[in-house]
Ligand binder design. Structure first.
Ligand code: SF4
Length: 424
């Protein structure tokens, strides 16, 4: 049905933007900081918003990773902590940022827990001193297992961290070795058990499937351990081979006998999803399964809703008052205006990430002329086993539908936009 799979929200957004010719618009709006500053001197708007803090350092670089990170080397982490605090205080000069409430904070990387507990505590205190955090503010930290001894997770919880996202990737020793993870399966299980005992907040992990020649039994083993370890959720991704990565280069040279088909991917994806579903987990977004009622993942909801995201740290991206902001390096920011059309499709695509296709909401957002083409495409995906009609206007995704979720989202949006254009 589809020749290639859009594996992430970013893939889908890039495809949709190119179909719509929006990239040119969204990139053409580079502006001076004075333009961004103007609305920041006004009062904050209503609506949920969040803070993203980037820690771009890791102990070592994983072969499969294309995130914005660098090996820690001899980096002075005290100096980086001071830089983060300075940037927090600098942003607090603006009423738009200082006077409104923040509902979620996300420490991403890199490896945020490469900072010592004391350093993270200083950053958290600076955030509290400078901004209004909601009483139940969601505070997430990403980490590897080896950077987070259980005692550290408990101390961070005392400092307000209430959500952890840990890069486990797999519980197979063979897979861990292939993916260059620290420690074997026994190590990973013992470390997670210890964290689970001392950390009572939301505990989720990242899982990679379709690495090397992963068997369906290995996929099932990963899913069963999520339940056994009482984890609150798992994000699951097919291993991505990026052209420039060292893994991509080794595969290209034939050093790793790596071959897989989309059908292999689909089978492993569906096995993980179905086993997790049977274990009581439900879909939160296309690549995230959670225990009902345990993990709101407010940060990602705010991002998909187009809420403001205050970016702190080198390599952090966010948006404020209709401007996209990217901190390229310490003290160097790049800002561009977000086109209203881009914002609209970002929001609709975000809505579709949650796997619930509400025809009424979508046609309200995209215009009444979109209703018929949307209905036609949804019926098509029902006939092909990817959507299930729940009510007259509401559809949910099957396991296959989740696997192809980003393709389906692009397909129906394109049909709606084409249909609307034809009508005019
Ligand atoms: S630890 Fe995480 S962020 Fe760092 S290189 Fe590995 S996968 Fe990437």
């Amino acid at each position: 049905m589809f020749a290639e799979r859009y594996r992430s929200h970013h893939d889908a957004e890039a495809k949709l933007a190119s179909i719509l010719g929006l990239y040119a618009h969204s990139r053409s709006g580079t502006v001076d900081w004075e333009d961004v500053e103007r609305p920041l001197y006004s009062a904050p708007p209503s609506g949920r918003r969040c803070i993203y803090i980037h820690i771009p350092y890791c102990d070592t670089i994983c072969e499969f990773c294309n995130l914005n990170r660098t090996a820690r080397g001899h980096t002075d982490l005290d100096a980086y902590t001071k830089y983060l605090i300075k940037e927090i205080e600098w942003y607090a000069r603006y009423p738009y940022i200082r006077d409104g409430q923040f509902d979620a904070i996300y420490f991403g990387g890199g490896t945020p827990t490469i900072l010592q507990t004391e350093q993270l505590s200083l950053v958290l205190r600076a955030l509290r001193d400078s901004f209004h955090l909601s009483e139940d503010c969601e505070i997430t930290l990403e980490s590897t297992l080896h950077n987070l001894p259980a005692e550290k997770s408990a101390r961070l919880q005392q400092e307000g961290v209430n959500r952890l996202s840990l890069g486990v990737q797999t519980f197979s020793s063979r897979g861990r070795s292939f993916l260059g993870r620290t420690g074997d399966a026994e190590y990973a299980i013992a470390r997670l058990r210890a964290i689970r005992q001392l950390f009572s907040g939301v505990l989720g992990i990242d899982i990679i499937y379709s690495y090397f020649d992963q068997s369906l039994e290995e996929v099932a083993h990963d899913a069963s351990l999520c339940s056994d370890l009482s984890l609150d959720g798992a994000s699951f991704y097919s291993l991505m081979i990026h052209d420039g990565s060292s893994l991509g280069q080794r595969i290209a040279k034939g050093e790793i006998p790596f071959g897989r088909s989309l059908e292999d991917d689909r089978q492993r994806h569906n096995r993980f999803y179905e086993d997790m579903h049977a274990g009581g987990y439900e879909m939160l977004e296309l690549s995230k399964l959670v225990r009902p009622g345990r993990d709101e993942y407010r940060y990602i909801r705010i991002r998909y809703e187009n809420g403001d995201v205050l970016p702190i740290g080198a390599g952090a991206g966010g948006q404020l008052a209709g401007y996209r902001i990217y901190s390229m390096a310490q003290g160097r920011r790049f800002a561009s205006k977000i086109e209203p059309a881009y914002a609209q499709y970002h929001r609709v695509l975000g809505h579709l990430q949650f796997g619930c296709y509400d025809l009424t909401t979508l046609s309200e957002e995209l215009g009444p002329d979109s209703y018929a083409p949307l209905r036609e495409r949804m019926d098509y995906f029902v006939r092909n086993g990817m959507l299930v009609p729940e009510t007259d206007d509401l559809y949910t995704l099957t396991a296959d539908g989740i696997f192809w979720g980003n393709n389906i989202a692009v397909d129906i949006l394109k049909a709606a936009i084409d249909g609307t254009k034809e009508h005019h």
